[in-house]
Design a protein around this ligand. Structure first.
Ligand code: GLY
Length: 397
């Protein structure tokens, strides 16, 4: 039996006895309505669709923006689509379209990288899912072509950061975040794009499962490969505390990404990996269910929290719970996701004095960048998680 399997066995045996938490209910409408209010304020203060909201600086009320080359530029249009999905109000559809259309240039982005998925699938992808606007389809498919072009068959992964080849000598690097962007490839392969993108996505996920996921189901942030032999050269940190630490948002990307890969493929190893990653995340959470920016940050509790990691993980774990047949096990994951969302809603929600939904995210602590501030992707995944939970509640009625 491998170390990983022994770990799974021990955790599974103890999980239901020691860690079961009570079922709690979440008033999703209350927080989605609050999101509608906050988003509406931004639609008044920020009107230029070429400048996408990214963070709210300390002491500021409105979002600071970035141009559409930025990796986060798809989250705001994505939020607007979610607001349309929730409210069915044509105003949000119109605004979502207004902020989505300028994203078209992402497919020919100046410094393209794996983030094309975040940028185009959250904007055009959500839009196409909801309104089937025919003009969106070729843009999504062309973006999938651009993303797939970074796949290196010698390694079996997509090159995540072309810019880091020169800067750090990371000739072929793959980051755990890249798991998120496989969804664009799966989708394209089924919706008129190149069918081989399915195989690229599966191969990337299998290689990542082998090399990024540790025996205890924590994750490395960056794996550097030899681009010809495909051998692993090294495993290192970028936004995390140390090479061998568990960077919280990376762990959340991994939970969400492997869950999505299981949904798309039915490959059981992806499900087991997602469960292992989620258990490790949950079992290391502090009492308020929102992680510090790195689970191994040395000065906890005097470390910054990352609400974005909590929101991403909660959204992924809600989906994961719906893919697990065993009722007790599914319930355990679901309850923990709800505890995370409750804590975000209770302790991390904006008081309305600025335009964010959530406070206290941390983008890149070692670089002292976007530390303990509202960040747009925290709001995106919090809203997504609320919608997922709302759908579950409605389907159980
Ligand atoms: N994908 C970049 C980040 O999570 O900060």
């Amino acid at each position: 039996m491998s170390m990983k399997n022994v770990f799974v066995l021990i955790v599974t045996l103890t999980m239901f006895v020691a860690c079961k938490r009570d079922t709690i209910l979440l008033d999703t409408d209350k927080y989605l309505n609050f999101a509608l209010e906050q988003v509406s304020k931004t639609l008044v203060s920020n009107t230029d669709p070429w400048q996408s909201p990214r963070q709210i600086k300390p002491g500021h009320v409105t979002w600071s923006t970035v141009n559409l080359n930025d990796w986060t530029s798809g989250f705001w249009p994505g939020i607007l689509w979610y607001m349309y999905e929730y409210s069915n109000d044509p105003y949000f559809r119109e605004q979502a379209n207004k902020w989505t259309m300028p994203m078209e240039g992402a497919k020919d982005r100046e410094r393209p990288n794996h983030d094309l998925g975040f940028m185009v699938f959250n904007s055009f992808g959500n839009g196409y899912r909801l309104v089937k606007e025919p003009d969106y389809l070729p843009i999504i498919l062309e973006t999938a072509d651009s993303l797939a072009a970074w796949f290196n068959p010698n390694v079996g992964t997509i090159l995540s950061w072309p810019w880091a080849r020169e800067k750090y000598g990371w000739v072929h690097n793959t980051i755990i975040d890249n798991m998120m962007n496989l969804e664009l490839l799966f989708w394209a392969s089924k919706n008129g794009g190149d069918e081989s993108y399915y195989d690229i996505a599966v191969t990337h996920a299998l290689t990542t499962m082998r090399n990024h996921v540790r025996d205890d189901y924590s994750t490395y942030h960056v794996v550097v490969y030899d681009s010809l032999s495909g051998d692993v050269v090294k495993k290192v940190k970028y936004q995390g505390y140390a090479d061998d630490s568990m960077w919280s948002r990376g762990q959340a990307w991994a939970i969400y990404g492997f869950t999505m890969c299981y949904r798309e493929t039915g490959i059981v190893d992806f499900l087991e990996t997602a469960k292992g990653l989620a258990r490790t995340f949950i079992n290391h959470l502090p009492d308020d269910y929102v992680p510090y920016w790195d689970f191994d940050a040395p000065n906890a509790p005097d470390e910054y929290k990352d609400a974005s990691a909590a929101a991403i993980a909660a959204s992924g774990i809600i989906e994961l719970s719906g893919l697990i047949d065993n009722e007790d096990e599914s319930g355990w994951f679901h309850n923990n996701a709800i505890h995370i969302l409750h804590s975000l809603a209770g302790n991390y929600l904006s008081d309305g004095s600025n335009h964010a939904v959530l406070w206290h995210s941390s983008g890149h602590v070692p670089a002292n960048s976007e530390v303990d501030v509202p960040i747009i992707y925290a709001d995106y995944y919090f809203i997504e998680a609320l919608l997922r939970e709302r759908n579950l509640q409605n389907s159980n009625r």
